[in-house]
Design a protein around this ligand. Structure first.
Ligand SMILES: Nc1ncnc2c1ncn2[C@@H]1O[C@H](COP(=O)(O)OP(=O)(O)OP(=O)(O)O)[C@@H](O)[C@H]1O
Ligand SMILES: [Mg+2]
Length: 390
């Protein structure tokens, strides 16, 4: 059997931006609609972002915000109703020729949230992992296929004897390893990992993340990592895009996003990140984002760079404010729909009936004052006693 040439329609390299980074994937003003006519709903709205070769770009947002829809549009399952998706500078959305489509399917692989739902329960692991190799004729002969499959199954931490078994015979973590093997055996350049660890036990999440990191280091892979909370992606991402109801509201490098979150929705997500200290965690303040704080009737919002590749969604006035604050290293004041008073907006994380952080501070001050008064009284008493003795 002949092996298929890896690239013939796509260029070896994508376009390079002004900082010399290769743009592997680019979404340009992408809209995605479901349904027809009056009942249609736009679930992805004017989304634009670039993913650079070798990086981990995370897309984070609450359930239903359109993350999976974007991932599926990249692998050509969901059609775009406006805009386009480019891979190495070549349009891959809409009508494309068959040769290009085959290369897209091969070069961009997806790993899913629920490994039990995404693996064919009636097929052996050998069949599941080999399917892509068959479809794309990626092996010379049977011995070569077996060698490739055994190699990848060992790479993901399983054993060659597992190949004859069925998915239901494995644990959730092992099934996700099979899902990874199925993707990695294709030697992709870009992997879309759609909440790959959300369905797994906390104890094995790190193992799967480490495995993904290993593949990235060894193969120079690029990841689009989809998650619904920021705590998972903080330490694995180079850049993070935050999505709210189909709109990208902020994109920045991971540290920048955590140090200077500008959009209120990003700040609300950050406020929900668990703190590994029980006292701070109990007393932390959760911020609730209310989209009614924005007045977009006259001035429409857009996603703009406020400096250094930090993009925020806002209107003219908001963007000007974000730029000024970022230049000064400050954060915007927290606003609610009713009032712009940040203090009033603080909601205790848990209403336990015990004093909050501010309560403890006041209690400490009162105790210190009491100790001071007592000290003065004791001092005066001693002076009187001394005088009386003399
Ligand atoms: N095939 C479809 N037909 C109609 N509506 C759809 C379809 N797929 C997704 N949607 C809708 O699009 C919106 C975005 O869904 P999507 O699955 O992309 O969200 P998500 O951000 O991945 O959420 P989650 O974190 O729950 O996975 C939702 O309102 C969903 O109901
Ligand atoms: Mg999803």
């Amino acid at each position: 059997m002949k092996t298929e040439k890896k690239t013939s329609v796509l260029p070896e390299r994508g376009p390079v931006d002004e900082k010399g980074r290769e743009i592997l994937l680019s979404l340009k003003n992408v809209d995605i609609r479901f349904g027809k006519g009056n009942s249609s709903a736009k679930v992805v709205k004017n989304v634009s972002f670039d993913i650079y070769r070798g990086e981990t770009f995370s897309l984070v947002g609450e359930s239903g915000s359109g993350k999976t829809t974007i991932g599926r549009a990249i692998i050509r399952v969901n059609p775009c109703s406006a805009g386009e998706i480019q891979y190495k500078g070549v349009r891959i959305s809409g009508k494309i020729n068959q040769a290009l489509e085959r290369q897209v399917i091969r070069n961009i692989q997806m790993v899913f949230q629920d490994p039990s739902a995404s693996l064919n329960e009636r097929a052996t692991v050998d069949y599941i992992v080999s399917e892509g190799l068959h479809n794309f004729h990626l092996y010379k002969d049977e011995a070569d296929r077996v060698r490739k499959v055994e190699h990848i199954i060992e790479e993901v931490g399983l054993l060659p004897e597992h190949l004859t078994r069925y998915p239901h015979e494995f644990s959730g973590g092992q099934r996700q390893r099979i899902g990874l093997a199925r993707a990695m055996v294709m030697e992709p350049e870009l992997v879309i990992a759609d909440e790959p660890i959300s369905a797994l036990d906390v104890s094995i999440r790190a193992q799967v993340l480490n495995l993904m990191k290993k593949f990235q280091q060894e193969r120079g892979l690029t990841y689009l990592f989809i998650a619904h909370d920021l705590s998972i992606v903080r330490f694995i991402s180079d850049r993070i895009g935050v999505i709210y109801k189909g709109n990208i509201v902020e994109i920045a490098e991971a540290e920048e996003l955590f140090d200077f979150p500008m959009h209120p929705y990003t700040r609300s997500l950050i406020s929900a990140v668990p703190i590994p200290d029980p006292v701070l965690e109990r007393d932390k303040v959760l911020l609730t984002y209310d989209p009614a704080i924005h007045d977009y009737t006259a001035d429409q919002p857009r996603l703009e760079d406020i400096g250094g590749g930090h993009f925020v969604f806002g209107n003219e006035q908001e963007l000007a404010q974000y730029r000024t604050l970022r230049a000064k290293g400050e954060l915007p004041q927290w606003r609610s729909a009713e009032s712009a008073d940040a203090e009033n907006e603080e909601i205790p994380a848990k209403r336990t009936g015990r004093p909050g952080r501010r309560g403890w501070r006041m209690l400490r001050r009162a105790l210190l004052a009491l100790a001071g008064i007592l000290g003065v009284c004791v001092g005066l008493f001693l002076i009187f006693l001394l005088l009386a003795v003399i």
